[in-house]
Design a protein around this ligand. Structure first.
Ligand code: BGC
Length: 776
């Protein structure tokens, strides 16, 4: 029965990469045929509709429900009985629920759906860094921290645990992972994905999809969920830096970088769904972009899953982007572009509108059938027809100690040591410490947005059992040795960027009698548009606090707890040590304490370039002209210098590593060949440590100005003092190709430089190849 219909195609990237198969299950397809044969147009359109939970909540209005949450049966009758809605999303009143409450909610919905249409509802939720909306779940570092671990096994394991805990909440579908390239430090969602690099994003996204979905995409097990790769694509580089504003991306960059994580997670990871970018790329609203949605994904990748819209983004074609003159026109544009399921989230008008469009011939029945087939396929793949709801008791490992240990390990490996002058860290066990700063005593700032609520403002209510930085340092160094005086605090009931009147002198006074100051600065929690900013510099109060504490002469250890790299150039030189925590989750305080005490050796590496100046935003894979000594003959200087605070991939350890003997299997190569790169790495220090070995390539001359460097492979290895390991990294020649100005993959004859650590080697491509296919 299985795999009688196989669509085979060659995985795009790298000659050596396997030929992957996306497999349709003939049994499932037959069942879909028979269900669809009996469906009315209204029922089909219902399957393409997704509404928010509050629409069917008792009391309030469609946006809010009374507490405790109860399903309003009259509204459920309207939503399921009248409109035959096939999907529900989100939590109610923007707060986390227990697994028991989730069970009750989903059971009620499913029973009504089965009675009405016989088709179970597809419930979807954001499980960002854990099961965001379930009380007691395991919260990992946010994606930017997971990227900093450079540990794909940890990523996969983290997603596996999140999948289990999402299923424990009776929900089989998550809107994750997020793989928007975070190439602009100003963007408020930079921390939701894996940083600035396409390869790192792709590796992490594939690992996450596998962790969520397990190994059989046609039979997603009861401990796994369907992933939704988002936000397709180019969402992370808005020209203004503000969320949901237009991006301008060259055709070459679009395919070569932004598309890559999506390609990889669909082709190599088998992702079952995809969410469209809310924004505008090169003038085209993605929700109306037939080329990107239908041609690039459904046709070129043979994607057989569901494309879901983002929140109210069909409506946005009308009210925000103004490319449609009416709601009806907006619906027509989005469905004809390739959107299969519309996240409305409050507007049932979508259903009659789409029915009307079909009846008028403006949307074809074929398009409807294709969309409905995809939605039903996902429901079958998830096993919802056999088991639409279940008991939370079937998930005894929800939030268990083993899962929390993985979250702690991820926090340990994410924290990135950026400065350690005179080896001031680790601190002696009897150190007397002042813990100061706005982020010193807050679970909310450790977790960030998408934690128990959208903006993270309810974290303290749910995360009382975990340690803030101050609490963790008290446990580690002894309560008598650790004192707390924040100096600056956030306005917890204000917007994320508001602070209370600072009390800097109090913090300065508290520094008397201590040996070290651990100064915890950064940002309060936020996500999406409410996290927009006008100034990337760390807040004025926090900067003043840092300068005042540095003036005391006590060594200041600067701890950054922030979603994006806020500029610190005014205070960096006065800090003896700097650690980047990102948003490390519920175990961030403990992980930091272990690192400060030397019980854990830091091994995180920056997944983005840490900028130094507002006008110096740059990525590591920039063009030569962006940072060049361009002095020419004569009086004129055409140099462009861009200084950064810390480069991509940077991160110190308490030990040192030496690189030797870089070898490449062949110096001359042709397109399609597989090169093998080996290098010896030695722990040349006195403590054990983990090192991320990164392979970079530079195309020395190309017909389009080449990127100065590109990450092509990485491996994280553990080394005891004095130990040497030989690290082997396959490098498919085709991975060295770029996309030319006509949008075609191109590998050009000429020299490439490879670099691993301090080692470099030059190799040569013998012939040029230009691909006519969208993949290489
Ligand atoms: C976000 C998505 C999210 C969706 C559902 C939107 O505002 O852009 O990332 O999945 O809401 O919560």
């Amino acid at each position: 029965m299985l795999v009688s219909l196989t669509m085979l195609f060659i995985a795009c990237s790298g000659g050596a990469k396997r030929s992957d198969a996306i497999t349709l299950d003939a049994g499932i397809e037959r069942k879909i045929d028979s269900v669809m044969a009996g469906m009315t147009l209204e029922e089909k359109v219902g399957q393409m509709t997704q509404l928010a939970l509050d629409v069917i909540g008792e009391g309030g209005n469609v946006y809010y429900s009374h507490e405790p949450f109860r399903v309003n049966h009259a509204m459920l009758d309207t939503v399921i009985g009248t409109y035959k809605v096939g999907s529900i999303l989100n939590t109610s009143n923007n707060r986390a629920r227990t697994t028991e409450v989730w069970e009750e909610i989903v059971r009620t919905i499913q029973q009504r759906a089965l009675q009405e249409t016989g088709i179970p509802v597809l419930y979807g939720i954001d499980s960002n860094h854990g099961t965001t909306y379930t009380a007691g779940e395991t919260l990992f570092p946010q994606a930017i921290g997971m990227a900093a671990t450079f540990n794909v096994e940890l990523m996969e394991e983290g997603s596996r645990i999140s999948a289990y805990e999402t299923r424990a909440s009776n929900i089989p579908w998550t809107f994750n992972p997020t793989m928007d390239l975070g190439r602009d430090a100003r963007w408020p969602r930079q921390w939701e994905s894996y940083g600035e690099d396409a390869y790192l994003n792709a590796q992490m996204a594939v690992a996450s999809v596998k962790g969520f979905q397990g190994s059989d995409r046609n039979r997603v097990g009861s401990h796994s969920v369907a992933a939704c790769v988002k936000h397709y694509m180019g969402y992370g580089v808005p020209v203004s830096g503000k969320d949901r504003t237009p991006a301008t991306i060259s055709e070459s960059e679009l395919r070569e970088k932004h598309f890559e994580p999506f390609r990889a997670s669909i082709v190599e990871g088998g992702a079952l769904s995809l969410m469209a970018n809310s924004g505008i790329v090169n003038g085209v609203s993605t929700h109306a972009d037939y080329r990107l949605l239908t041609e690039w994904v459904k046709e070129d990748l043979n994607f057989d899953g569901v494309i879901v819209s983002d929140w109210a983004d069909v409506q946005n074609l009308l009210s925000r982007d103004r490319i449609a003159a009416s709601y009806k026109e907006a619906v027509k544009m989005a469905i004809n572009a390739g959107i299969d399921l519309v996240m409305e989230p409050y507007n049932t008008a979508f259903c009659p509108t789409l029915v009307e469009l079909v009846n008028e011939g403006a949307v074809s029945m074929n398009r409807i059938n294709d969309a409905v087939r995809r939605v039903l396929r996902l429901k079958y793949r998830l096993g919802l027809f056999e088991k639409p709801y279940w008991s939370a008791l079937e998930y005894p490992d929800f939030g268990c100690a083993e899962s929390e240990a993985i979250a702690k390990a991820a926090a340990d490996e994410s924290i990135t040591l950026l400065k350690n002058d005179e080896g001031i860290l680790p601190l002696p066990g009897n150190a007397r410490i002042l813990v100061a700063g706005s982020n010193a005593h807050s679970m909310r700032t450790l977790n960030g947005g998408w934690s128990y609520s959208w903006q993270g403002e309810k974290v303290e209510e749910f995360a009382q059992d975990y340690n803030t930085i101050y609490e963790a340092l008290q446990e580690k160094f002894g309560a008598d040795n650790v004192r707390y005086e924040p100096g600056v605090t956030y306005k917890m009931d204000g917007t994320y960027d508001q602070e209370n009147e600072p009390e800097i002198s109090k913090a300065v006074a508290a520094a008397r009698g201590v040996d070290y100051i651990v100064l915890c600065l950064g940002e309060n929690s936020y996500c999406e548009t409410p996290g927009n900013l006008d100034e990337l510099m760390l807040s004025e109060n926090q900067t003043r606090l840092a300068l005042a504490l540095q003036e005391t002469g006590k060594p200041v250890i600067l701890v950054l707890n922030e979603g994006r790299p806020r500029l610190i150039r005014e205070i960096e030189s006065g800090a003896k040590a700097v650690l980047q925590l990102y948003l490390p989750g519920n175990f961030g305080g403990d992980a930091l304490a272990d690192i400060l005490a030397g019980d854990v050796n830091p091994s995180g590496k920056l997944p983005y370039t840490y900028p130094k100046y507002e006008q110096g935003l740059i990525t590591y894979d920039h063009k030569p002209s962006q940072n060049i000594d361009g002095r020419m003959e004569g009086a004129y200087d055409y140099g462009a210098q861009t200084s950064v605070q810390y480069p991509f991939g940077y991160g110190l350890s308490y030990t040192t590593f030496r690189y030797d003997n870089l070898t490449v299997s062949q110096k001359d190569f042709a397109p399609g060949e597989l090169l093998t790169v080996t290098v010896e790495v030695t722990n040349s220090g006195v403590v054990a440590g983990k090192e991320t070995v990164m392979l970079f390539s530079s195309d020395l001359v190309a017909s389009l100005s080449p990127d100065v460097r590109r990450l092509r492979a990485f491996q994280k290895v553990m080394l005891e003092p004095g130990e040497t390991k030989t690290v082997t990294m396959p490098l498919p020649a085709n991975d060295l190709a770029f996309v030319n100005a006509q949008g075609k993959w191109t590998l050009e004859e000429g020299e490439f430089m490879l670099q691993v650590g301090t080692q470099v080697e030059t190799i040569r491509c013998k012939e040029t190849k230009v691909w006519d296919t969208p993949s290489r």
